[in-house]
Ligand binder design. Structure first.
Ligand SMILES: *Cc1c(COP(=O)(O)O)cnc(C)c1O
Length: 412
């Protein structure tokens, strides 16, 4: 298909895009095609109004009364329920608190206490490093051992040697390649083996149609500043299925997880519900501003978001096949095996990313050779997808990616 035909197709797809009205809910700089919503989501227009209201009225006027009058105390569970709607969790099972790293630690330690006779934490060596660090830390504190393998091999491992597995802790999407793992199959295999499963939804929350309750997932964690557009450093979420909550004894027994915090009892007693996942005072400025990101999903379903995301990534790979057939695509072609990003392998990946950014196509580089481009369906168009593929073609043709000016900075 010549380029003109690709552009025509992209325009037709944009006309029919059920999410096209969502683009106006974001503030993005002119001239930027933002392909990094998998690292830091775009800014919702409403974020500014909410942040100003929190600063000027809630903090500035209402002061300490805001804990009651502006719902600060309940905010972690109230906003948690809203995230629950986006990841298929009924109310009362999600709390917004801490970071993903800390929440994963709580999950692994609580799981260890729930299954004292078992010893194995099953995880993926390719996980985002903090997940591996936390697994190692929890294993050493909880007398467990970490066993790693690629997620597809976990199904067989759980069947053959699952008796000793406490928990399989898996990221639902590989952060480098964008490969999506089989959540229903791994969850079912863990349960068959009498083990628990925890999913890290950092790269799927807000991008894929995750159905935590329907698949009987036990626990999940995820961040809110990626596809959920919660803002830089917005706190993470923790899901514990209702059936496990009374045995979810997480080790960070801070006062905000107490069943009666203002009794000021010298002894810790956990809240009976998901609020036991809380630790200390939440970062309210960013927790409340995060709701602007959740609001951007109003009126659409995650099934629609997923469908548009697949359409964007699918069209991008098709355009790459035509325009830059020499480039290796690291992301699986099959729709049920990919998340919401397309990753390319290139020996000068850092230069390629830098040259793309210089032309306004913002993606990121991941060691050792990955050009990572995230496709957030709420604010990207199919036409921008074609523009990005054309930009890549031009960069490679002009050897722009070899420019010696491109030197790695601290944050890639
Ligand atoms: C982004 C990401 C994190 C981030 O963890 P924080 O503690 O919120 O910084 C963790 N795990 C995965 C899989 C991620 O993609």
């Amino acid at each position: 298909m010549p380029i003109a035909a690709l552009i025509r197709r992209a325009r037709d797809l944009d006309e029919a895009n059920p999410l096209r009205h969502l683009r106006d809910r974001f503030r993005l700089p002119d001239g930027v095609v933002y392909l990094d919503g998998n690292s830091l989501g775009a800014m919702p227009v409403k974020a500014r109004d909410i942040a100003l209201d929190v600063i000027e009225r809630q903090w500035g006027q209402d002061l300490i009364g805001s804990w009651n009058d502006n719902g600060w105390w309940e905010a972690p569970t109230r906003v948690g329920d809203r995230i629950g709607e986006l990841v298929g969790a009924a109310p009362g099972q999600v709390v917004v608190t801490d970071s993903t790293s800390v929440n994963l630690f709580k999950v692994l330690m609580a799981a260890s206490a729930m299954m004292p006779s078992r010893t194995v934490v099953l995880t993926d060596q390719g996980s985002f490093p903090t997940d591996l660090y936390m697994a190692d830390a929890a294993a050493s504190l909880g007398d467990m051992v970490v066993v790693t393998m690629p997620p597809p091999e976990m199904v067989e491992y759980l069947r053959d040697s699952g008796d000793d597995v406490v928990i399989a802790a898996v990221s639902s999407v590989d952060y480098r390649t964008g490969e999506a793992w089989d959540l229903p199959a791994i969850t079912a295999a863990a349960h068959e083996a009498g083990a628990l499963v925890a999913w890290d939804l950092c790269h799927s929350g807000g991008a894929m149609d995750i159905q935590l309750d329907a698949h009987r997932v036990d626990m999940a964690v995820g961040c809110t500043y990626k596809y959920l557009n919660g803002g830089p450093g917005s706190p993470a979420f923790l899901y514990v299925a209702e059936r496990h909550q009374d045995r979810f004894n997480q080790p960070l027994t801070g006062w905000q997880g107490h069943r009666d915090p203002f009794a000021m009892s010298p002894r810790y007693e956990p809240d009976p519900g998901i609020a036991r996942g809380r630790v200390g005072t939440p970062p309210l400025l960013s927790l409340l501003t995060m709701e602007a990101g959740l609001d951007t999903f109003d009126g659409v379903t995650m099934a629609q978001v997923r469908e548009v995301s697949l359409s964007l990534t699918g069209l991008f790979m098709e355009a790459l096949d035509q325009l830059v057939p020499q480039v290796e695509i690291a992301t699986p072609r099959s729709e049920n095996q990919r998340g919401s990003q397309v990753s390319l392998r290139h020996p000068e990946a850092f230069g390629v990313v830098s040259a793309l950014i210089e032309r306004g196509f913002v993606g990121d580089f991941r060691e050792p050779d990955i050009v990572r481009l995230g496709f957030a369906a709420p604010y990207l168009s199919h036409e921008q997808v074609i523009d990005a593929a054309v930009a890549l073609q031009q960069i490679l043709a002009a050897n722009h990616h070899l420019d010696p000016r491109f030197v790695k900075s601290k944050v890639t």
